[in-house]
Design a protein around this ligand. Structure first.
Ligand code: HEC
Ligand code: HEC
Length: 356
């Protein structure tokens, strides 16, 4: 939690309303939840997401479970460290256009001011700002603080595996999942080197750790020319660091709830968990360009392995035991507009019109 944005129940509640509100988009039809759907652990089931203008991006929407513990955000930007800042990208970004609100800030604040639900929620969440100046509590800073607070409340710690591993419930997962756990944490598959810790990623920021852990790796997903070159759309963090050796390196995603977040990888290019193992990791990186030399930029932990279909089934059973059903249905995270003053055409400011 940043010092200037302590959590409060009122901020989380305001953030929940904002997160699910389609009026936060240029066509009045897209909210954060359109691409971050709770039932899919806050992903969208698409290989890559499309914004309000129908323009396809190049990245797959990411799960938001336990996002509070991540030191860096998104697949490949080592400089993006704050949820408050990140929220501005989907709202106002133009490459690609996601929610398309650039230039429409004043209409947005006018809508908040005109809506009795938002008047109440902003005043409760930001009492100090509510008394001040003309704009009152309606500002980009309060909007992003509330969205960040809501996202920090998205905690997933109640999967069968959690109950088995941390809750002492010996029968919470199947025998197959237990065999899969051994493979996952074993030296043949090496998965745990990158997908370790309580969030199954080597990216962790926590009050009790002295410094943040950050992990970007090249898993050999692409190798266009045998020298480690990449499709234009998949540069990895080299785009930000300018270091050639960073080509194809992406942030290790958490594997919590991974069974409901298909398709997989930064570009959604692998459809199933079975294929992640069979056609990607077992072959030391996906053999999309068969015949090319091994990728010299690939992580040393991606070395390939022999694995039987039965063993793959066990690893998949283990990954499935990371699904936290309570999280996927928790009413605290749901769309509040369903039972509340649902946005209608009449509360929708005329200036924020659907894009034809
Ligand atoms: C059009 C679909 C779309 C919309 C709408 C959208 N997102 Fe995303 N979101 C994505 C994609 C795609 C990524 C991965 C981006 C990347 O790596 O470049 C992402 C990544 C994120 C991440 C990073 C998660 C992580 O594990 O690092 C956060 C946080 C996030 N979005 C929050 C939001 C919020 C808050 C909103 C609403 C203000 C929102 N998103 C709206 C598609 C969307
Ligand atoms: C060298 C570090 C590393 C190792 C070892 C590793 N992974 Fe990954 N894993 C990553 C990175 C980085 C990504 C994202 C790659 C991308 O999108 O290009 C990823 C992506 C995934 C995904 C897709 C998740 C999603 O949300 O799209 C799954 C599933 C996965 N890994 C499972 C495994 C399994 C199972 C193993 C062991 C066989 C393993 N990983 C070994 C780093 C690693």
């Amino acid at each position: 939690m940043p010092a200037d944005n302590p959590m409060s129940a009122a901020k989380v509640e305001l953030g929940r309303h904002l997160f699910h509100d389609v009026r936060l988009s240029a066509n009045g039809a897209m909210s954060c939840a359109t691409c971050h759907d709770q039932a899919r652990a806050f992903t969208d089931g698409q290989a890559v997401s499309r914004g309000v203008a129908g323009e396809a991006g190049t990245r797959s929407a990411m799960s938001l479970a336990n996002v509070a513990y991540l030191p860096v955000l998104t697949w490949q930007n080592p400089q993006l460290t704050s949820l408050e800042v990140q929220a501005l990208i989907p709202l106002f970004g133009e490459h690609p256009v996601e929610m398309g609100l650039a230039g429409r800030e004043q209409q947005l604040f006018a809508m908040f001011k005109a809506d009795p639900t938002y008047r109440r929620l902003f005043a409760q969440a930001f009492p100090a700002e509510a008394g001040q100046g003309e704009g009152g509590p309606y500002a980009l800073s309060t909007l992003t603080k509330a969205l960040a607070s809501f996202q920090r409340s998205l905690m997933s710690f109640d999967s069968p595996y959690d109950r088995y591993r941390y809750g002492g419930q010996k029968d919470a997962i199947s025998a197959a999942a237990k065999r899969g756990e051994e493979l996952f944490f074993g030296e043949k598959l090496e998965c745990y080197h990158c997908h370790g810790g309580f969030n199954f990623t080597d990216n962790l920021k926590h009050a009790r750790t002295p410094f943040p852990e950050i992990g970007f790796h090249n898993t050999g997903l692409y190798n266009e020319d045998g020298r480690g070159a990449y499709p234009k759309a998949s540069p990895g963090i080299v785009e930000f660091t300018g270091e050639p050796r960073d080509a194809g390196r992406f942030r290790t995603p958490s594997l919590r709830n991974v069974a409901v977040t298909a398709p997989y990888m930064h570009d959604g290019s692998i459809a199933t968990l079975h294929e992640v193992l069979r056609t990607h990791y077992a072959r030391a990186g996906r053999a999309v360009h068969a015949g090319l030399a091994a990728n010299p930029l690939r992580s040393e932990f991606i070395a390939g392995f022999e694995i039987s279909e039965a063993e793959i089934a066990d690893v998949v059973a283990f990954l499935e035991s990371l699904t936290d059903e309570r999280f996927l249905r928790d009413p605290a995270h749901q769309n509040p507009w369903r039972n509340d003053a649902r946005p209608t055409a009449s509360t929708h400011p005329a200036s924020i019109r659907p894009v034809p």
